[in-house]
Design a protein around this ligand. Structure first.
Ligand code: FAD
Ligand code: NAP
Length: 530
């Protein structure tokens, strides 16, 4: 049987998959989403660890496609916590009746393009096959948890927790000796909360990270009223900003500004808190001299917060600030002043193995009741390559991406007709406020599909030349940034065997949107419509 069961099959029911379903329904198309989890929310469904919250202000981390929705929803905090964001996703699903088009508890394991039937055959882990004309991957950039291959991981007789697959029932660490492995955003958020409960907390650090205080607080009703009254202008303005995130940015260069003035700006931004700490100057991520000023500033802050000088020095990162994504914390450095919290530096002496009692390192077993793995993600490409995706002539996506991901404008792949990738590799995605980027991406591809239907075309496919040119452009712009000089999950550096390629498009959201618009204005330049 090669008939089409649906016009479109979507993989994933996070914010991207949910908006896709809404759009396709509005277009009168039949769509089915498959989702591994048992409900909507994606990131916010899986990452239920204590302390999980946004690092983009909640007034901006929300959908804007429906005016009533953005007016009716109330965020309680400047950076809302995971349970509230999950409730928001559930509210959206209820409001637009999305669940009827989602099959939960179902993983897509294979997707093969059928050259003869000109459609996609999707295989799910319940053994069923479903066909559709279009195949859209809304699988997320940070959705494949990186379970580290530390020997003996399964031997531990206590409790093991993986932050990206956190239990759905509350975890109580009271009276326990707890280990946290990792020092990224997730570890910083969870450690602070675990330390409030545990008898002892030991953080295992391989690489220290820069973090800026969140200064989280309850929402100010006046601020909310101002935002809601001015949403159209504020959202439009955010789209003109590099990261799609509204804040005060300055085009001045730190290297051309007197040092005292640079320090004053950094101090003001530290007091304000948040992800846009480096936004006071345009050269922070492009000029080593500027970057060092900001890095020294934060290192001095760490030394002033952490009382034990040896611990403070261990917590001071030595690499580029902002090279890895900045963390935004709520008392992480201060936590190390608590008598029951200790830092174990594993840079020089790594963890040898997990034993039934705890963690073996330097010939000594440190005993724990629970171990929390906050070890990150096989980011950006991980969830694509865990599916056996094959395009024309059975070509596997994993072969096509052997040297790193290749897309045209982050949304299409040559040789994989009628397949779209939301916030895919080669799009600004994780370098931006993700909700507006998701909306932009979804709107672009659904409009492309609508255009095809009007023109009575069956196939849309990126040309190999357009893809090659886009990949070259993505690599070119990455070279200019200090970010590309640091091993991180942006460039596969956190996963042993991944190709070293800077995967997101670093040219910024406005430049990216302009390029996507130009594709449309030039009659879908770089695509073949058949
Ligand atoms: P996801 O939310 O990741 O959803 C993808 C879904 O696809 C998942 O539910 C997954 O189960 C499903 N899926 C994947 N593969 C398959 C398969 N083969 N079969 C079936 N289902 C599949 N971004 C920001 O802009 N601001 C923030 O403050 C922020 N905070 C974050 C905090 C954490 C802890 C993490 C991990 C990420 C954060 N992000 C943040 C990024 C976040 O991922 C995005 O903001 C956004 O939620 C992504 O939505 P999505 O729908 O694209 O992907
Ligand atoms: P991450 O930044 O990749 O951090 C993973 C940590 O685990 C790193 O410290 C890493 O050390 C360590 N690690 C990995 N494998 C290890 C091993 N085998 N042994 C010892 N240590 C190991 O992952 P994350 O913290 O989950 O964050 C990923 C991204 O998700 C963030 O950058 C952000 O975009 C998003 N996020 C956002 C928020 C938020 O504030 N809203 C919260 C959480 C996550 P090395 O550095 O040495 O590799």
């Amino acid at each position: 049987m090669d008939h089409e069961d649906f016009d479109v099959i979507v993989v994933g029911a996070g914010f991207a998959g949910m908006y896709l379903l809404h759009r396709f329904r509005q277009m009168g198309m039949t769509a089915r989403a498959f989702e591994t989890g048992s409900d909507v929310g994606g990131t916010w469904y899986w990452n239920r660890y204590p302390g999980a919250r946004v690092d983009v202000e909640s007034m901006q981390y929300s959908y804007q496609f429906d005016e009533e929705l953005q007016q009716e929803w109330e965020w309680s905090e400047r950076y809302s916590p995971q349970p509230e964001i999950l409730r928001y996703a559930q509210h959206v699903a209820d409001r637009f009746d999305l669940r009827r088009d989602i099959q939960f508890n179902t993983r897509v394991v294979a997707a093969h393009f059928d050259d003869q039937a000109v459609n996609w055959k999707i295989t799910t882990d319940d053994g069923k096959q479903t066909r559709s004309r279009f195949f859209v991957l809304a699988v997320g950039c940070l959705s494949s948890f990186n379970k580290p291959d530390i020997p003996g991981l399964d031997d531990f007789s206590g409790n093991s927790y993986f932050t990206g697959q956190w239990p759905h029932t509350p975890v109580d660490f009271s009276g326990q000796n707890v280990a946290v492995i990792g020092t990224g955003s997730t570890a910083m958020q969870s450690s602070v909360e675990i330390a409030k409960q545990a008898k002892s907390l030991t953080v295992f650090q391989r690489t220290p990270n820069f973090s800026i205080p969140a200064h989280n607080r309850p929402q100010d009703p006046e601020y909310v009223a101002y935002f809601k009254a001015n949403y159209p202008e504020l959202r439009a303005k955010a789209k003109t900003v590099y990261g799609g995130l509204l804040d005060d940015f300055d085009e001045r260069l730190a290297v051309e500004t007197p040092r005292e003035e640079v320090e004053a700006v950094l101090e003001a931004r530290w007091k304000k808190g948040g992800l846009t700490f480096l936004g006071g100057f345009a050269d922070m991520l492009y000029d080593h001299r500027a970057n060092i000023i900001a890095a020294d500033f934060v290192r001095d802050k760490i030394r002033s917060i952490v009382e034990d000088p040896e611990t403070a020095e261990l917590l001071c990162p030595t690499n580029i600030i902002g090279g890895k994504r900045l963390c935004v914390d709520s008392g992480y450095y201060k936590m190390f002043n608590l008598p029951h919290v200790q830092l174990v530096d594993i840079a020089g002496t790594p963890i040898e193995r997990i034993t039934p009692e705890g963690i073996l390192r330097g010939g000594e077993v440190l005993k724990f009741d629970s171990i929390v793995y906050a070890t990150g993600f096989d980011a950006i490409t991980g969830s694509y390559l865990r599916i056996d995706i094959r395009g024309r002539n059975g070509r596997a996506l994993k072969d096509h991406w052997e040297g790193g991901p290749r897309t045209y404008i982050g949304m299409a792949v040559a040789g994989f007709p009628n397949m779209f990738t939301v916030t895919g590799p080669g799009s600004p995605s994780v370098l931006t406020n993700m909700l507006p980027s998701i909306e932009m991406s979804v709107e672009w591809m659904t409009e492309a599909i609508d255009t095809m239907r009007r023109k009575q075309k069956r196939v849309i496919e990126a040309t190999p030349q357009a893809e090659a040119d886009w990949v070259a452009h993505v690599n070119d712009v990455a070279k200019g940034s200090l970010r590309s000089t640091v091993k991180s999950w942006y460039n596969g550096g956190n996963i042993g065997d991944k190709p070293s390629v800077f995967m997101p498009y670093i040219g910024g959201l406005p430049a990216y949107v302009r390029k996507c618009d130009e594709v449309v204005e030039n009659d879908y330049r770089g695509f073949e419509l058949l």
